[in-house]
Each structure stands twice: as structure tokens, then as C-alpha cells.
Ligand binder design. Sequence first.
Ligand code: PXL
Length: 279
Amino acid sequence: MKKVMTIQDVSCIGKCSLTVALPIISAAGIETAIVPTAVLSTHTQFKGFTFRDLTDDMEPIRDHWIKEGFKFNAIYTGYLGSERQIKIVESYFDSFTSPGTFTVVDPAMADGGKLYVGFDEHFAKEMGKLCGKADIILPNISEAALMLGEEYPGEEANEAEIKKLIDKLATLGSKIVVITGVTLDDGTFGFMGYNVETKEYFKYGIKKIPHKSHGTGDIFASAFTGALVNGFKVYDALAVAADYTARCIQNTYDDPEKVDYAVNFELELPYYMKRLGKA
Ligand code: PXL
């Protein structure tokens, strides 16, 4: 059985980070090892959330796993709580990657041009360094601009503006750069990216759903990692992730009992599994 390690927080309510990565990657038929970086009562879009920092557990967990000789097909990181955690994640990359291990970094830290509560510009730069050590990076437009110290071009930035960000992100050091949550010039919604090794640009757009919610970047990154480790090519894995995420958003949009803090990723898991040939 394939095995993925994912390093991010547990937001007890909020359907993001580990509470979506674990079920989605498991649904992809992959053993999912987790490194919880913090426990929060809710994600940080709520007021008054609690935050139990688990940084002190991260190195002992790493060292135990090294002793046990655990190997992983991919390491996928999401929301990280501090610069110290970013540095420890780099040591996980050093300890657990060998040829054939994918490293996927979703620098989950910003939206709408603004960093989430608790982060500053220095943190964004450090996250940029972690991105430089990954095979594939999946920032949204806000995260791309903040890591580069560039002006935020807005959610509706055109393809030429996104391409400029992609070209700069490519200098950080990853092999594949993808910007998510992009409105393409034809009005569809999806991602744009660049493969540094083949020098190829790519993009993918589907019908835009007029519904904004939290956690969709985590759903996208988890679904992408699950498809990639199942042998899908990068572009195909990204397309599966985009289609699945769009279905989750549409499902939520259509649901009279929807919550406003997350999307119905659970109800579309059968679709995701079918796309992977697992159901
Ligand atoms: O979905 C990204 C995310 C992950 N983890 C925490 C968050 C957020 C977004 O707000 O607050 C704790």
C-alpha cells in the first residue's frame, strides 16, 4: 500500500487541514500518516479560537519514525503555525525523501490578499524558502504574491498577471509551480502552472461557481496528492483535484443546510474515488 505523510494542524471544527487530508487521501486508497502541528478549536476564520502548539512533538515524532525506518511515497504539507515549524518540516524532507518521493507544499497562509491571523511578512518569506525545497507547490494568488513580496493583483487577476507570478515563483526552486483559484481569461476558474524542467506552461479551467468558502485549497491539495500517488501524471492529478473541488463547492452551494465555514467534501468522495478507479 502506498503511504503519504501529511504535516498540518488539526482544526477541530472547520473541515480543513488534517480533517480533510486524512479522509481524502485515505479514500484514495493510501495509508495516511499524520504529523499534527497544533490543535485549534476551530480554524482561524472564527474569533476566539484556542491554539495548542505541538511544535515540541514534531522532532521526537520524526526521530521515532527514522528509527522505525518508515518510508513514504509523498510528503504533503499545509498550514504550519510558525517559522520554527517550517524549519522542522525541512528536516522531515531531508530525513524521509529519496528518489521517487514527491514533496508537495501548499503554503496555506493567506486569502483575499491578506495573511491569516498570526502570520507576518517574514513568515511568508520563510514559507517561500520551504516552497523552494518542494517538488510541487500549490499557492493561491494571495500566497504567491506574499511569498514573493509582490503586490497582490486581486482574485480576478488576468492570465498575464498570473504568469508573471508563476515566473517569479519558478525561481524559488521547486520543479512544478501551480497557482490555484485562478480566473482564466475565458471566464472559467481553475489553475495555471509551469513545469520548470520541461519549460511548459499549463492551465485548466471549469465553470465558475459563485460561492466562496474556506478549506477548498486543502481539499484541492489533498485530492491532488492522492491522485499523484496513485500514478496520475501531474496535470491529470491537478485536473481531478480541480473537478472534485468544484463538485464539493457546487454541492455546498446547492445545500439548504450548508455551513458558511467549509464545503461538503464528504458527499463528493464517491465521485473522487470513481475518478481514481477506486469505486
Ligand atoms: O484551510 C486553511 C487553514 C488551515 N488551518 C488553519 C486555518 C486555515 C484557514 O483559515 O485557519 C488553522
